[in-house]
Design a protein around this ligand. Structure first.
Ligand SMILES: *Cc1c(COP(=O)(O)O)cnc(C)c1O
Length: 389
């Protein structure tokens, strides 16, 4: 029986404990597992860096939710990126979207290059890709929904360009953090590996840092499993258990956040105090059509960004005026957050590059939580009034 998304979120990897009947699997803290004979462990586990019951359970549910065969968990989204990059040989070339997550940009330009892996960034990847592919290009890195301008990449088109280039060994990697597996499943659109900062929507409660990679390829899985063990950037049993608990409510949380975000985006678009709104659920958004095809029910996700009328002082004043939205980095938790990318998450990027990607000084990013929609809109309304005074 093929089960639907929410059913799989609750049941995959979560079975009553066979010895005690505990409905929720216990946290397995043991670092080592008994063997009956040298090299013959009692069960499937030997040593907790190589694999651990709580990590396995979490990896299984994530693989299922991303419509993949294999899942691998890491100690953070950044560790996931590092391990995927370490799987490339010296002399490899990467093509990335221009407005890639800051930490990923940092890894590409300050770490991967010191290991002989070079990267290039494209403002419009679909247009520029054919001319950027080189004989040593091994990997293309895109984000399902990008940060903080929420542009959407047409994955089938990227896959088609790879095919037409005749270099079908190029891997397409999609960082699906901003969308979450509930909104879209990149493997269905041709991605070879999908990665997440599970710190965000997947765990969903702003209390675990964790990452995950999912693939359908046995060969990629083998390589990444080797590195997961060799590098050792693995999550603890407790964090795996917490993230597994969190992901069971992913569909409910993301549905609520996304519905509120849509209404907030529409409200902002109609406000006199707002210059522009970025949200893939709005018809005015450049990625609207792609989102309609690539996203579940055309949902836009739980993040909205907008330019308030005025300068960065006005943007800062807005962040001082909200009562429900907390001023903080990160996203994807049950509580609403807001930030000013030009001063916070994207402060390290030179202003010309920043503005080319749409990250202006007056841009504000909202991570919409699961509070009541009317309360959130009311909060934004009063903060816009205070900021514009
Ligand atoms: C947060 C984030 C990461 C990094 O994940 P960590 O868990 O913080 O290491 C990578 N990609 C995106 C899109 C993110 O938002």
């Amino acid at each position: 029986m093929v089960q639907n998304f929410s059913t799989r979120a609750v049941h995959v990897g979560s079975h009553p404990d066979p010895t005690t009947g505990a409905v929720i699997p216990p946290i397995s803290l043991s670092t080592t597992f008994a063997q009956t004979y040298p090299g013959k462990p009692i069960g499937e586990y030997e040593y907790s860096r190589s694999s651990n019951p709580n990590r396995t359970s979490f990896e299984q549910v994530l693989a299922s939710l991303e419509n993949g065969k294999y899942g691998l968990a890491f100690s953070s989204g950044s560790a996931t990126t590092a391990v995927v990059l370490q799987s490339l040989e010296i002399g490899s070339h990467i093509i990335s979207i221009g407005d890639v997550y800051g930490g990923t940009h940092r890894y590409f330009t300050k770490v991967a290059n010191t290991h002989g892996v070079d990267s290039v960034f494209a403002q419009n990847i679909v247009e520029e890709l054919p001319s950027l592919i080189k004989p040593n290009t091994k990997l293309i890195w895109v984000e399902g929904i990008s940060n903080p301008t929420l542009s959407v990449t047409d994955l089938s088109k990227v896959k088609q360009i790879i095919k037409e280039s005749g270099k079908e060994d190029i891997l397409l990697v999609v960082d699906n953090t901003f969308a979450s597996p509930y909104i879209t499943n990149p493997l269905d659109f041709g991605a070879d590996i999908v990665v997440h900062s599970a710190t965000k929507f997947i765990n969903g409660h702003s209390d675990v840092v964790l990452g995950v990679a999912v693939t359908n390829s046995g060969e990629i899985y083998k390589r990444l499993t080797f590195l997961q063990n060799a590098v050792g950037a693995i999550p603890s049993p407790f964090d795996s258990w917490l993230a597994h608990r969190g992901v069971k409510t992913l569909p409910l949380r993301v549905k609520q956040s996304s519905e509120s975000a849509q209404k907030i985006a529409e409200f902002l678009e109609s406000s006199e105090s707002v210059q522009a709104v970025n949200y893939p659920g709005l018809k005015t958004h450049a990625g609207y059509e792609i989102a309609q095809r690539q996203h579940r029910n055309g949902l836009g996700g739980g993040v909205v960004s907008f330019r308030i009328k005025g300068d960065k002082e006005v943007a800062a004043k807005f962040t001082q005026s909200t009562k429900l939205f907390t001023l903080a980095e990160s996203l994807g938790g049950i509580e609403s957050l807001l930030e000013v990318p030009s001063i916070m998450t994207h402060a390290g990027i030179p202003i010309e590059d920043r503005e080319k990607s749409g990250v202006y000084d007056n841009l504000i990013r909202l991570s919409v939580g699961i509070e009541d929609t009317e309360d959130l809109i009311e909060d934004i309304k009063q903060a816009l009034e205070s900021a514009s005074k």
